[in-house]
Design a protein around this ligand. Structure first.
Ligand code: PLP
Length: 399
């Protein structure tokens, strides 16, 4: 079948909740994707920050295939070696205490919110249930996660949402304090806001939030679903700030392509929140996905992926800053490591994304006016150069 036939057929059977780009992807290799017509694309989106190791990284496929031949699913009523190993490695990488595996990011958020409320309920009883979340945040599409997602257009058609959520301005500690009450139990934020437009937390803000949480016995939930797993040049973005959360959520690159998420608790929360019967999942953390997580964390350690991000992102940001100088339509750059956003002015950012596709470059948007770059963490200088060449051609074409 040809590209347009497949698009048409897909639109007949798949619920139209996405305006998909006019590309039918077929296979990947390294940091490149190929469509069904054989056209090659340099991938600077990585399946929305999922494919941290690119495609077919050495040893990854083999580990998954081996696990498929042994066992893919058993439910959470039993132990498995992959789950034990994946959790132990995640604990080692984070320095935190306990893991609960989920199937997605939004489910990790649901679990984190429940754990926070459970902690407060255990200690203070009913009524201390409020959660402070941030404007322009993104935490997922299920009802709980949507309730803490600070974007009106995502929320309005689905009200009433989960109650007891108040919104504050990101990077504005005073605004958070204004939302604080005797009923507050938790604060949730992304260490680097992703979908909302690539805004890293300032050090003062994150440290201030941590202090506030300590003083008021609030649960600090840091959403590391997009910015974690090495993307900022640290294994988890909060490690750069030295501000440890009480609960961290992970997903996206955690399994590098298999659907898996997790919420990870520190000792304080692990010992005093969710207990048997409080939370569960049928698929979550099955041997197949945990085999992937375990292999991914091995590769990160063995091949120094995080150190590589530090090096290559220095090169990338230098080049991006030069681009900001060169093009009037780029108002600025925001980001850390390999989560970067270019603020576009004067033209719709979608137009640049589409032109880039034509040029053989995959990039995506964030917020209303940001071109988002979240490439595989394994890109090299030559890929940065190739990206710039293609992006410049796309920019020249739309101006
Ligand atoms: C993608 C994302 C989520 C939601 O993850 P899903 O796997 O799509 O449910 C939550 N938080 C952040 C920061 C994200 O980037």
């Amino acid at each position: 079948m040809k590209k347009n036939e497949i698009r048409q057929e897909a639109e007949q059977v798949i619920l139209h909740t996405y305006n998909r780009y006019p590309v039918v992807l077929d296979k990947g290799e390294g940091v490149y994707l190929y469509d069904i017509e054989g056209k090659k694309y340099l991938d600077f989106a990585a399946g929305i920050a999922v494919q941290a190791l690119g495609y077919h990284y050495a040893g990854y496929d083999e580990a998954l295939k081996e696990q498929i031949d042994k066992l893919t699913h058993i439910s959470n009523l039993y132990y498995s070696v992959p789950m034990e190993e994946a959790a132990a490695k995640l604990i080692k990488a984070s320095g935190m205490s306990k893991v609960f595996f989920t199937n997605s990011g939004t489910e990790a958020i649901e679990g984190a919110l429940k754990a926070a409320r459970r902690y407060s309920y255990n200690k203070y009883g009913e009524g201390r249930h409020e959660i402070i979340a941030m404007e322009h945040s993104f935490h997922g599409r299920s009802m709980g996660a949507l309730s803490v997602t600070g974007t009106e257009k995502y929320q309005v058609p689905f009200r009433p949402l989960v109650g007891g959520v108040r919104f504050a301005a990101y990077n504005d500690l005073e605004s958070v304090k204004e939302q604080l009450s005797r009923k507050t139990c938790a604060i949730i934020l992304e260490t680097v806001q992703g979908e909302g437009g690539i805004y890293p937390a300032t050090r003062e803000f994150l440290e201030g939030i941590r202090t506030l949480c300590q003083e008021q016995d609030l649960v600090l939930i840091l959403d590391e679903i997009q910015c974690g797993m090495g993307r900022t040049g640290y294994m988890f973005a909060w490690q750069e700030y030295g501000v440890e959360p009480d609960i961290m959520t992970c997903a996206k690159a955690l399994g590098c392509g298999v659907p898996v998420g997790a919420f990870v608790l520190n000792e304080r929360l692990a010992g005093a929140s969710l207990a048997p019967g409080d939370h569960g999942t049928t698929y979550g953390g099955n041997p197949f996905v945990c085999g992937a997580v375990s292999k991914v964390l091995d590769i990160f350690e063995k091949d120094n992926i995080v150190a590589h991000v530090g090096e290559i992102s220095a090169y990338l940001t230098e080049k991006l800053d030069a681009l900001v100088e060169e093009y009037d339509c780029i108002a600025g750059r925001r980001g850390k490591g390999l989560i970067q956003g270019l603020v576009i002015q004067g033209r719709p950012v979608a137009e640049i994304v589409l032109k880039s596709l034509e040029e053989g470059l995959i990039v995506i948007t964030a917020g209303s006016d940001v071109l988002r770059l979240v490439p595989p963490l394994v890109i090299e200088r030559e890929h940065v150069d190739e990206m710039l060449e293609k992006l410049k051609r796309a920019l020249d074409a739309v101006l």
